[in-house]
Design a protein around this ligand. Structure first.
Ligand code: GLN
Ligand code: ZN
Length: 766
């Protein structure tokens, strides 16, 4: 019995973000496309060699991308809207970048394809657009070229493809609508995948990995039938030594496992981290087809913690009672974890030994495969296993008793704000004395090069804290003057002092650790560096009070205090695994609650608690939405603000508009006001607000801040009119979509001037 090791996908941005740097240099005109291509080659070779040296048997290829693997798949399948073809670039990379980022220049003027979050990760994929007349067919040779490139270097890879079912589920029409899969479309896509398989057979490929993560989502009978037909075609096209691995991740596929078994795949990849219990039960129940290899995804592709070998071996052993053919694999692509702990020596060995990033996870795969094949004696005497066990024996950190007691002392009433919202509303309106359709912004103003430069100087010690603070004060002063001049009603201080809405808070909380170089791709060349929740969390010191009260002292208008909510802080950090997410969120909620009360005591009457990432981690299956998530995420938010005075107005903000299906839960957060994204034409959420008798006052964003365009007064007025068609004017706020930190100065103030003007016009007509 040989237990193979397999990696689903490897990070491609480079240990030092080399790919990001080269591509961004190319965009700025400081590097050529040839430089980008050369860097791609170098990184692929480096990562393949690394995996080979670490003893990985099935090394992925075609997991590389300059921007996004979904976009690459769209290009490969010829799903390229005409407006991008019309730009007339003579190389596919430039067309691809135009689809990814939009293009403005001598070739034309087009906006980018929309982006969406990839399942419950913070990775964004480009949404492929299927327009009238698109004909799906094989276009380009990228996956084959990569296979050959590796082969020439003596590395036999396992090509990875996004499967046709997942592709079709995520494919959208020209107006972002879901599309009906016609027979012709199905036929075209099946043919393309058959050709891909045949071509790989000719090239001598053995294992081919087809990723179908969409199987971990809810499915209708029609979906399952579609999946079945698509894959029956692909499997029938097997030639030569080609074996097909159906790979799934981000959850279980227990509901289709029997179907998957019937189809006759050579390999089935199961997520044994996120979908462990259900997947295990399915395998126990239905067994494993005779010649099928089960790829057990026991090494987590979405955490930074060391694998618990005893636990993983338990899973592998359980599977081995059902089949002799087991491979150990990463549960998902390693794209979602940082490169290596090697660059984090500042954290010290005692901390680092608990972490495994992508490179370290390769070692874990190898160790697990070896241990899986070892007999009992060998396991008993294994130093590797003993060392690993030592990490999990006893507790890694001691509990913070004060935090524990605070949580234990919480009663139901701590989650309820008094009086009820409609009574508070009257009191707040009297106290704040705002006009109808009050105007405000989401919090941040442009983080100019100067702001970033001053922060860098402080970090390097070339300016003092006092000098830096003085600089921030001038930024705030200036932002206040401008907002007053424009006539905005509720002001913000601009968040100039913050590098990031999570890290800034983490730095002032006990229990967090920070890395130097643990970047993870978020979209395109953009990476994020989430902090790590290491131990129990509490507030170390007041976080925002100083700047908020300074700002309030400079104006007679209400100055909004600006906080990041507990769910978002956790969702954009690396959470612990030794205590539940619910408990971590509760701890964070108490810390932010302290801040809310301090702000209130300092005279701040409007406080916004951002929950930008609340929807991101909504479970994939509807049945789990409440029990696994909303039932504690919503109360955590309520805990943050339940103790404020009736006259203190609590705002929240969310970065997306797709919350019509959880609209009641959003209302149940019991904020007084919510602002959210609504400028992309997608106004279904307004129907939902109307139909659900939504009580929270709401500011659906009236213009898109992701674009440098300046919206005209008329345009914004139109948008407000649309909003007023669905909502009571008493309930409506006027604001942009999101924070303005990524925008330039000029467009920001010009756009806001038009926003205020549009609100005034509309008010005058009511
Ligand atoms: N208050 C934050 C800002 O304005 C909100 C950012 C966000 O929603 N992502 O930048
Ligand atoms: Zn936002």
């Amino acid at each position: 019995m040989t237990v193979l090791t397999s990696v689903s996908g490897f990070p491609r941005i480079g240990g030092d973000r080399e790919l990001k740097k080269t591509i961004e240099a190319y965009w700025k005109g400081n590097a050529t496309l040839a430089d980008v291509v050369a860097m791609g080659h170098e990184l692929r070779m480096r990562h393949w060699m690394l995996q080979k040296d670490m003893g990985i048997d099935l090394i992925p290829s075609n997991d590389f991308s300059y921007y996004d693997q979904m976009l690459d798949t769209a290009m490969l399948l010829n799903v390229i809207p005409q407006r991008y073809r019309d730009l007339g670039f003579n190389n596919p990379e430039e067309t691809m970048f135009a689809m990814a980022r939009g293009y403005q220049g001598e070739h034309g003027d087009v906006t980018a394809l929309p982006m969406k979050k990839w399942f419950t990760t913070n990775y964004h994929y480009l949404v492929p657009e299927y327009e009238q007349g698109t004909s799906i067919q094989l276009n380009g040779t990228a996956p084959f070229d990569a296979f050959v490139e590796a082969q020439e270097a003596g590395i036999h890879t396992k090509p990875v493809l996004i499967g046709p079912y997942t592709f079709l589920k995520f494919l959208r029409g020209a107006d972002a609508e879901e599309i009906t899969v016609t027979d012709a479309l199905e036929e075209q896509i099946s043919t393309a995948y058959e050709q891909i398989l045949r071509r790989f057979a000719e090239l001598g490929a053995t294992w081919i990995q087809i990723d179908e993560p969409a199987l971990a989502m809810d499915k209708s009978d029609a979906d399952i039938a579609l999946f079945r037909r698509l894959h029956a075609c692909i499997l029938a096209a097997r030639e030569g030594d080609v074996k097909v691995l159906l790979n799934t991740y981000f959850g279980h596929i227990a509901d289709v496992y029997a179907t998957v078994c019937e189809l006759g795949f050579d390999g089935i990849g199961l997520d044994m981290c996120e979908g462990k219990e259900q997947n295990l039960v399915a395998v126990q129940q239905h067994g494993v087809p005779q010649d099928t290899t089960l790829f057990a995804g026991v090494v987590n592709g979405r955490n930074i913690w060391r694998n618990d070998f005893a636990q993983s071996l338990g899973v592998i052993d359980a599977l081995l009672t059902k089949t002799d053919h087991v491979a150990v694999s990463t549960a998902s692509s390693l794209l979602h974890v940082p490169f290596s702990t090697a660059s984090e020596t500042q954290l010290g060995d005692d901390v680092l030994r608990h972490f495994a990033f992508a490179v370290e996870k390769l070692g874990e795969l190898r160790a697990l495969a070896d241990l899986a094949q070892a007999d009992e004696d060998a396991r008993r005497t294994s130093a590797i296993l003993a060392d690993n066990q030592a990490l999990f024996d006893g507790s890694r950190v001691s509990a913070d008793e004060a935090v524990k007691q605070r949580i234990a002392a919480l009663g139901d009433d701590d989650y309820v704000r008094h009086p009820a919202r409609n009574q508070r509303r009257t009191l707040q309106h009297e106290a704040l004395n705002l006009p109808l359709l009050p105007t405000t912004t989401i919090g941040s103003f442009p983080q100019t090069a100067q702001v970033r430069a001053e922060r860098a100087k402080l970090r390097k010690g070339t300016i003092t804290q006092d000098e830096y603070d003085e600089f921030i004060r001038t930024c705030i002063d200036d932002a206040i003057i401008r907002q007053e001049e424009l006539g905005l009603d509720v002001l913000v201080h601009g968040e100039f002092e913050r590098n990031d809405m999570v890290e800034y808070f983490g730095q002032n909380l006990n229990g967090f650790l920070f890395t130097k170089n643990a970047w993870v791709q978020s979209y395109g060349t953009r990476c994020v560096k989430p902090p790590i929740v290491w131990s129990d969390v509490s507030r170390a010191r007041p976080i925002t009070v100083q700047w908020s009260s300074y700002a309030q002292s400079k104006t007679d208008k209400p100055m909004k205090g600006m906080l990041t909510g507990p769910v978002t802080i956790l969702n954009w950090s690396w959470p612990r695994e030794d205590i539940s997410k619910q408990e971590q969120t509760q701890q964070l909620a108490l810390a932010i609650r302290d801040e809310v009360l301090d702000l209130e005591a300092a005279g701040i009457t409007v406080i916004q608690i951002d929950e930008a990432a609340l929807r991101e981690k909504l479970p994939l299956r509807r049945d789990d939405w409440h029990s696994e998530y909303l039932d504690w995420a919503v109360p955590a938010f309520r805990l943050v603000h339940s103790a404020v005075k009736p006259t203190t107005q609590i705002h929240t903000h969310m970065c997306y508009s797709e919350f019509n299906d959880i609209i009641r839960d959003i209302d149940a957060m019991d904020a007084d006001v919510i602002s959210f994204e609504a400028s992309r034409g997608d106004l279904v959420v307004l129907d939902a607000i109307q139909e659900s008798a939504f009580e929270t006052e709401a500011g659906p964003g009236v213009y898109d801040i992701h674009s440098p365009r300046i919206p005209s007064v008329e345009e914004i007025e139109d948008r407000i009119t649309q909003i007023l068609d669905k909502m009571d004017a008493q309930q409506v706020w006027i604001n942009p979509d999101c924070g303005l930190k990524t925008r330039g100065e000029h467009e920001t103030w010009a756009s806001l001037a038009n926003l205020v003007e549009a609100a005034r016009h509309t008010r005058a007509m009511l």
